[in-house]
Design a protein around this ligand. Structure first.
Ligand code: SF4
Length: 364
């Protein structure tokens, strides 16, 4: 498969709805997508809709991040009018407030569903709490979309396991220098999983991995890309143009929720809870700074990275709280870092390119 064959989120949504499929819009970040698949529902994730600023700013304080702002913009523009439900995971205070705003004041076109992740440090009760959350969401999905078909959950877990294998393969080949594609292509393909059903996405990912060259891509300094999501697109293009090798990432939308042990056998809820508790450390899950620091240093060691680029969404409190200590710890470990503050749909532009170029020279 060539990345040019990957259709856009909007086209895929229209095709899916045209075929009579049900959709649940999902706000960031982590949620049990297997439950939605088990009901035959397509999760359509809302991260950075490409809309011009319009009505959302009238509902939000100016210091709210662009992920929440753009999500609300999509909602207000009618972009969620044709979904069967809207799911709000409890990722951060800003998203929690967005959920309240939508549910209490904006008359949503579809039922709002909520999912509360336990936060670290995970005590003994965390697994039971997560299982209870899964059971609540299952009841809500049954109320809105009807009961799961027979074998629905078994099929969903199989898809989840296969996707885990493919994500792990993509990341490990890239870290070993055996996936000759740049950052723009890598993330364009991986972001297909934010809106495609696994029935369509798994073969696409398999085809891409089978045909992607082993050599090529950036030949310059190796970096870890940390932050919320691989956006705006011109940031990735700039990294490619400057020859950076993104050997791994520590992005909330990517490795922090895609690379984890797949659900095992036995009770599906227990298996999903165990997967959740094994996810990489994340500011939105309340992980400790020391755990995050060790994780970042390990990623850099494994991929031979010389530095870390933090692409932080402006006003993202969970990430900004961790940043000073992480940078200090990385510096002590001989890993310089650069911070770019971004808005998800605003180009980083020439100034960021100049800073990245200088950072690359410093690393070399
Ligand atoms: S960018 Fe940060 S503050 Fe905004 S929704 Fe994501 S985690 Fe929350």
């Amino acid at each position: 498969m060539s990345p040019s064959e990957l259709i856009s989120r909007g086209e895929y949504f229209s095709q899916w709805r045209g075929g009579g499929g049900q959709v649940c819009a999902v706000f960031p970040a982590q949620y049990p997508r297997e439950l939605l698949w088990a009901h035959g529902v397509l999760p359509m994730e809302v991260w950075d809709p490409p809309l011009a600023p319009a009505r959302a700013q009238g509902h939000l304080q100016p210091y709210i991040c662009s992920v929440v702002r753009q999500g609300l913009e999509l909602f207000l523009a009618g972009g969620l009018d044709d979904v069967g439900a809207i799911l709000f995971p409890h990722t951060c205070d800003s998203l929690q407030n967005l959920a309240s705003l939508v549910e209490d004041y904006l008359d949503p076109p579809a039922p709002s569903l909520f999912f509360y992740n336990p936060k670290a440090p995970f005590a003994a009760a965390a697994k039971g709490f997560y299982v209870a959350q899964l059971q609540t969401l299952e009841r809500e999905l049954t109320r809105v979309f009807g009961p799961q078909p027979p074998e629905g959950m078994a099929r969903a877990l199989e898809w989840s396991r296969r996707l885990s294998e493919l994500y792990a393969q993509a990341y490990s080949r890239r870290a070993a220098g055996e996936l000759g594609v740049g950052a723009a292509e890598f993330y364009r393909v991986l972001r297909g999983g934010e809106y495609m059903h696994p029935r369509d996405y798994i073969p696409l990912l398999e085809g891409w991995l089978a045909s992607a060259p082993a050599n090529g891509g950036g030949q310059g300094q190796g970096i870890i890309l940390s932050g919320v999501l691989p956006s705006p697109p011109d940031l990735l293009e700039t990294l490619d143009e400057l020859g950076f090798r993104v050997v791994h990432d520590d992005l909330i939308s990517m490795s922090r929720r895609l690379l984890y042990p797949p659900p095992g056998e036995g009770d599906p809820y227990e298996a999903l809870a165990e997967s959740f508790l094994s996810m990489p450390p994340c500011s939105t899950r309340g992980s400790s700074l020391s755990e995050r620091l060790e994780w970042l240093k390990g990623l850099a060691r494994a991929g031979g990275a010389q530095g870390v680029v933090f692409s932080v969404v402006k006003f993202c409190e969970p990430e900004l709280f961790d940043l000073p200590e992480l940078r200090r710890g990385l510096k002590e470990a001989g890993l310089p870092s650069l911070v770019l503050e971004v808005d998800v749909n605003q180009e980083v532009g020439g100034q960021a390119a100049t800073r990245l170029e200088a950072f690359g020279e410093m690393l070399s």
